[in-house]
Design a protein around this ligand. Structure first.
Ligand code: ADP
Ligand code: AMP
Length: 197
């Protein structure tokens, strides 16, 4: 099974991808996580500013990564542009579109915390860790991503609407889009996905 998770930053893609990966037994591939692990200061500066890494670099990265997977995948964070989407055409993937309002997303992003070690995702209100800033799963330190600061959130959402939102119509036309209402709880969203895929 090939699944593309499409939606605004903070719409819940990473949260659902983790659950789906366990349920379906296929890997969760997050381009954001891969890039955050890249020590190149040029890449880190792009991420901190909330801008996009170039299509050429992203397509090369993802094409090579997907070649290693024979039994399917869940892609989270790619494609983000029409050019990136064209590079995946041959897979005929199902696309889950996480539909949600910007205001909800802004609140989620400002309270998101991420484990610096295992990348587990928390939220200070809806999914708080048991111990303040320590990961329940691995004991790693929880951090706020640089791009989850208020001023970067605004510009990431603007870039999302300009460059990524056109993919909704693109996949609708292809007949591969499944719309997932995403402003409910994580459990409600997960149950909807399981019903629809
Ligand atoms: P994305 O991968 O799309 O950027 P995340 O999965 O990281 O989004 O979720 C963003 C934030 O919102 C995280 O702090 C996460 O814990 C929280 N979150 C995810 N899904 C829900 C939900 N359905 N209800 C409330 N909070 C959520
Ligand atoms: P994410 O973890 O999906 O929110 O991605 C974090 C950041 O990584 C984005 O804001 C971009 O700077 C970069 N990034 C991730 N995926 C892509 C992509 N497909 N194309 C361009 N940049 C990306």
């Amino acid at each position: 099974m090939y699944l593309i998770l499409l939606g605004a930053p903070g719409s819940g893609k990473g949260t659902q991808a983790e659950k789906l990966s366990k349920h379906l037994g296929i890997p969760h591939i997050s381009t954001g996580d891969i890039l955050r692990n890249n020590p190149d200061p040029r890449i880190q500066a792009i991420l901190n500013a909330g801008k996009f890494v170039s299509d050429n670099e992203m397509i090369e990265l993802v094409t090579n990564r997907l070649k290693q997977e024979k039994n399917g995948w869940i892609l989270d964070g790619f494609p983000r542009t029409l050019t990136q989407a064209d590079s995946l055409k041959a897979y005929h993937a199902q696309v889950l579109y996480f539909k949600i309002d910007d205001e909800v997303v802004k609140k989620r992003l400002s309270l998101r915390r991420t484990c610096s070690n295992c990348k587990a995702i928390y939220h200070l209100e809806t999914k708080p860790p048991t111990n303040n800033s320590i990961c329940d799963l691995c004991g790693g330190l929880l951090i706020q991503r640089n791009d989850d600061k208020a001023e970067v959130i605004e510009s990431r959402l603007q870039i999302y609407h300009e460059k990524t939102a056109p993919l909704i119509a693109y996949y609708k036309k292809e007949g591969s889009l499944i719309e997932i209402p995403s402003s409910g709880t994580a459990e409600e969203t997960y149950n909807t996905i399981i019903e629809l895929i």
